[in-house]
Design a protein around this ligand. Sequence first.
Ligand code: CUA
Length: 316
Amino acid sequence: MAGNVDALFIFLLIVSGLMSLLIFVAIIYFAARYRHRKGVQAEQIEGSIPLELSWSIIPLAVFMVIFAWGATVYFQQRTPARDATEVYVVAKQWMWKLEHSEGQREINALHIPVGRDVKLIMTSQDVIHSFFVPEFRIKQDVLPGRYTVTWFRAIKPGTYHLFCAEYCGTQHSGMIGSIVVMEPAQYEAWMSGGSSGPLSASGEKIFAELGCATCHRTDLQGRGPNLQGVFGKPVQLEDGRMVTADENYLRESILDPGAKIVKGFKPVMPTFQGLVSEEQLNALVAYVKSQSGAAGVKDASVSAPGQAQPEGSKVQ
Ligand code: CUA
């Protein structure tokens, strides 16, 4: 993606540079050519069709090229691959908390293998932050109260800077970390270094603890909709609307159950606002997704006792 972003940026730079040059040259030329001289009277010119057409059509063509090119790069950047590895990101003043689908937790560091698509599902515990990895040319705001998504595929092993790019308080400038891109074998070794089990398994535990399963039964007799296979599918609502069951839909349905009532059901679910943390919410979402065989949960085989002690850990 970085190559495409750079190419577009360089093109914009060249077009702007040429245009500036043209304007400066024209100013100097006209200033000299039409300066005030004794005995010479200025005369008014009333329009010129060829001139007006050319200064309309040529810029239009240039801008359309920029638009089409920009849109192509934008859609590429906004569309994560379906089989991307998923990592949940929770931002807070002033650190990045990251959790792999396989259960590894990290603070201010993200270890990923080279050449794999990585989708980041991000939210904030307090104010607006922004996930910025200059080398990958990605920058995405991280907002409280909803998920935002970005993705990348690192093509070269190494350690890359992670910044917060949205002023978020006193220690905003210290809200930094690193993306560690590893060779697959190295990554496997790192992965086996301990995890509390897959994220979806933690979610399943929370799902049971909160008693979700008493209503969200799989036998269609429950007071809430059956959640199996629901992720990524269209959902018919009581008020006639159709929505897609994505991460934000699941999130909203947990925190504000009355917002979107599924057709045929009553608004009887209590809110879990304030009762579940962002991490627990991520785990619940991962669990519901796993019930639909969604991406990012397929290789949930790594499991070892003990808590991962990630690089750059700080006080929670
Ligand atoms: Cu977080 Cu700036």
